[in-house]
Design a binder for this molecule. Structure first.
Ligand code: UGB
Length: 620
């Protein structure tokens, strides 16, 4: 009786549903009234919260968990009924051949830009990175020091700008929703507040927070109580799959559909390269009528990236589907079929299965219809317990139900009754994929074993520079593009020796813009660093040997014409192993010494030329 109403109801429902006393350690043996009453109330409130936050309540959660845990203990193969075959999809190449022309896809994508909304899943902690803050706050590179969140926001703003220019409609506004978790929510809000949303309108940026789910201590789905606190249930993240249900629950997808928006673009937290692929992938979605389109890259065998597969149902073709198979499941699946080779490379040096960058574009109508279905966007869950021994009964540590956003094709299949059109688009790795996920030490170990994708802060930064080298090279600039054999080790990670180039989203998010803004004979030396930022910034006959930064405001039309820059530039300085560094520096392995640079920041409206003498002249 001392429990609050909702807490009391939650405890009673747990007792009622507990047919075999799997939860008696939670509700049994309570000391008599007057002893530890505060703890009892706290526990009951927490059970009520867990009830409220899970569709179907805690009892549904526990009953699903029991089934899945039993299947896992029995060693049931979730792919028993399927055979994985290499799927057919589209491929695009910025500077090479694909199944579609890159320029055409980009043109189609630009037509669709005004209907895009962005969703950034950012509930995960940087445990693998060895970072205790939020990953969105990490600096993508040391030339501009812009963090991941700022890069994404700048990208969305640049897309909005371009969409307005292309259509002449000044009312186009592209929103961003960030999914946080209890672990990342306060710091994400603080980051936005401290930076005035990085210039995005208040009403265009919103946050939805995913809840954690109850941790389970054994194969009967017994709730795991906190070791030090008998009145608290341990909770764990439920995975990025929560995003679909949350967008539905908050009414966002209904709202977007009513507003006439056409596509939802899902981004992950630490892959700054992927934004290049958004516009052309939108174009492919339009051209092929894809309800879902996953951005992919050639996958390294064994890489910690999911694989897009076609799962062919052995008896019922209507159950076949194109879907991600997560990296930990791919090898056992491939070992159990065909030639039983497992997750290995083919003659191309890559896995025959495309790698999932897990950035997905979903068509709004199909999405809204699917979310309104029976499952309300709750994607299929799975368990991944780490068993103590072969008996597969005890866990090394508590587990929980998990879900992944890329599993939504199963819901599409169910709700769209065979009409779901799920595809993918593969890009070159240099153009699309270099996430920062691993701690420096793990990256060094991987690099020493020959991995070309150590996945550290430093490899992600280096790959950003290489990507921009390739873009400028494509636009005719005379510079060295770093090939794998040219990489140099800094703090144990192979990185580009330079040039280090950052093209801000305002300078160009499309191939068309880059080609229009780079003219004449430009030359950039290997030891140079270059930052270009501005919607109306044109580079002509630049000769750079050093560091140069040019930023132009949205109404400043700036042309660099015949400028020669020579200075000491910028240099990476490896961390001294005998010294302690703050986390952000330690995980990168170096700092950047900015010895000398030439900088132009022009915000005044008008036309300007930066000529051979380096002076800025206003022209009519
Ligand atoms: N995330 C959440 O928002 N909430 C959560 O509860 C968990 C995560 P990870 P992982 O791109 O290389 C994914 O941990 O395990 C966010 C794909 O499943 O980085 O490496 C988190 O903040 C895999 O198929 O994911 O695997 C982050 O933004 C593969 O493609 C995102 O979800 C791989 O990414 C991903 O979280 C990859």
């Amino acid at each position: 009786d001392l429990l609050p109403e909702r807490g009391r109801a939650a405890v009673l429902s747990l007792i009622e549903s507990d047919v075999d006393s799997s939860q008696s350690h939670v509700y049994g043996d309570w000391p008599e009234a007057g002893t530890q009453d505060e703890g009892k109330k706290r526990l009951s409130e927490q059970l009520a919260d867990l009830n409220a936050s899970y569709p179907g309540g805690l009892t549904d959660y526990l009953s699903k968990a029991r089934t899945l845990l039993k299947e896992s203990a029995d060693g049931l193969n979730p792919f028993e009924e399927y055979e994985a075959i290499v799927p057919e999809g589209e491929s695009l190449s910025f500077d090479g051949e694909g199944t579609m022309s890159f320029a055409e896809a980009e043109q189609l994508g630009m037509e669709a830009m005004s209907g895009a909304v962005f969703v950034l899943v950012a509930g995960g902690l940087g445990e693998r990175l060895g970072y205790s803050g939020i990953k969105l706050s990490l600096e993508t590179n040391l030339c501009t020091n812009r963090c991941y969140l700022e890069v994404y926001v700048q990208y969305i703003k640049a897309m909005q700008y371009l969409a307005r220019q292309k259509t002449g409609r000044d009312d186009i506004r592209i929103p961003l929703v960030i999914m946080t978790s209890g672990d990342t929510d306060p710091l994400t809000r603080q980051l936005l507040k401290d930076n005035n949303n990085f210039g995005m309108d208040d009403d265009m940026i919103s946050i939805v927070m995913q809840d954690k789910v109850a941790a389970l201590k054994d194969g009967n789905a017994g709730l795991a109580l906190d070791g030090d606190d008998r009145w608290s249930v341990q909770t764990k993240p439920h995975g990025h799959g929560d995003v679909h249900h949350l967008l539905h629950r908050e009414g966002l997808v209904d709202k977007w559909e009513k507003e006439g928006r056409s596509h939802v673009v899902f981004l992950q937290d630490t892959n700054a390269l992927v934004i290049n692929s958004v516009v052309p992938t939108l174009g492919v979605s339009k051209a092929k009528g894809f309800h879902m389109n996953s951005i992919c890259i050639p996958r390294l065998a064994g890489e910690a990236a999911g694989a897009i597969t076609r799962l062919e149902h052995k008896t019922d073709p209507s159950k076949s589907l194109v879907i991600n198979v997560e990296y930990n499941q791919l090898d056992p699946l491939l070992r159990s079929q065909g030639e039983c080779t497992g997750d290995v490379a083919d003659e191309t040096g890559y896995s025959p299965f495309p790698g999932n960058a897990n950035n997905i574009i979903i068509e709004m109508g199909a999405y809204a219809k699917t979310l309104r279905g029976e499952d309300q966007g709750v994607v299929l869950e799975f368990v991944n317990p780490k068993y103590k021994d072969e008996s597969r009964t005890d866990f090394k540590k508590p587990t929980r139900l998990e879900c992944m956003m890329q599993d939504i094709p199963k819901l599409f299949q169910k709700e769209m009754k065979g009409t779901a059109n799920v595809g993918f688009t593969t890009f070159d790795r240099w153009f699309t994929f270099s996430p920062a996920k691993n701690a420096l030490e793990a990256g060094v170990e991987a690099a020493d074993k020959g991995s070309i994708a150590p996945g550290t802060m430093s490899s992600a930064e280096s790959d950003k520079y290489i990507q921009n080298q390739r873009k400028l090279k494509f636009a005719g600039v005379d510079l060295d593009v770093t090939e794998p054999e040219d990489l140099v080790k800094v703090a144990g990670i192979p990185v580009t020796p330079g040039p280090r180039i950052i093209l801000a989203p305002a300078f160009g998010i499309t191939q068309e813009e880059i080609l229009n803004k780079v003219k004449g004979n430009n030359k950039i030396s290997k030891s140079s660093s270059l930052v270009l930022d501005g919607h109306h910034l044109t580079i002509k006959n630049l000769n750079l040997d050093g560091a140069l930064v040019i930023r132009a405001g949205s109404e400043s039309h700036v042309t660099v014409d015949g400028l020669t820059v020579k200075n000491k530039g910028w240099e990476l300085v490896e961390n001294d192993p005998s010294k302690e560094y703050e986390e952000t520096v330690a995980i990168r392995g170096y700092t950047m010494a900015k010895h000398e640079s030439q900088e132009y920041i022009i915000n005044e409206p008008g036309n300007f030329v930066i000529g051979p003498d380096g002076e800025v002249k206003k022209v009519d």
